[in-house]
Design a protein around this ligand. Structure first.
Ligand code: AMP
Length: 207
């Protein structure tokens, strides 16, 4: 039966996950937990960009102006970065993408990268949180981490850009029946538990 087939596939193949949700929904925190649970690399384009900005690389110099304004870094730069990262050995057997794809073009690009490798996404986890809560979390993170893009004006712009460009992607993946929606409010461990449960219901279990 289909369930048993899915189960068998799971045990022989690795997990390819994508986390999608508004800034401040808790993607980064949950990505770390899931990466450990599934023994796969968490690949965060935001982290990679921040690393490049910090080290003043050419990519970092180009990305910084967009990030500081809460705008998306152009697809041309972002897609190359992800293509390169997914070609590395540790991502061959599975990965968790956090913060990519964020635009319709990036969805197409990711499809191409994966299909060229004969693979596809297993599941897309949508993490939800209401706007007041995400603004509160982001302002709090600004105090704790001092991220340049966590000022109130930039936070508002990032949420707008998310609604305009990224939220519609959920429908694209839902049409492929890949989306599980999980409430991102609550204790970190509680939310991780909800995600693991939702994945298990689809036959995707941690090692
Ligand atoms: P994040 O840490 O995921 O919130 O990303 C921080 C910033 O990095 C975003 O506001 C964008 O400027 C940039 N960024 C991260 N991922 C992407 C992406 N997939 N496409 C375009 N820009 C991105």
């Amino acid at each position: 039966c289909a369930d048993a087939t899915a189960q068998l596939r799971r045990s022989t193949e690795m997990t390819r996950l994508l986390l999608i949700g508004a800034p401040g929904a808790g993607k980064g925190t949950q990505a770390e937990k899931l990466a450990i649970a599934f023994d796969i690399p968490a690949i965060s384009t935001g982290d990679i960009f921040r690393h490049n900005v910090k080290n003043e690389t050419e990519l970092g110099k180009q990305a910084k102006a967009f990030m500081d304004r809460g705008e998306y870094v152009p697809d041309s730069l972002t897609n190359d970065l992800v293509r390169d990262r997914l070609s590395q050995a540790d991502a061959k057997d599975g990965f968790l993408l956090d913060g990519y794809p964020r635009t319709a073009d990036q969805v197409v690009e990711l499809d191409e990268i994966l299909s060229a490798n004969g693979t596809a996404l297993d599941v897309v986890v949508q993490l939800t949180a209401d706007t007041d809560e995400v603004v509160r979390r982001l302002l709090n993170r600004a105090l704790e981490q001092g991220r340049a893009d966590d000022t109130e004006d930039v936070i508002r712009r990032r949420l707008e850009v998310y609604e305009e460009q990224t939220a519609p992607l959920i429908n694209v993946y839902a049409a492929r029946d890949l989306v599980v929606t999980v409430d991102g409010l609550g204790e970190v461990s509680e939310v991780t538990g909800r995600i693991l449960e939702a994945l298990a219901a689809r036959g995707i279990t941690a090692k």
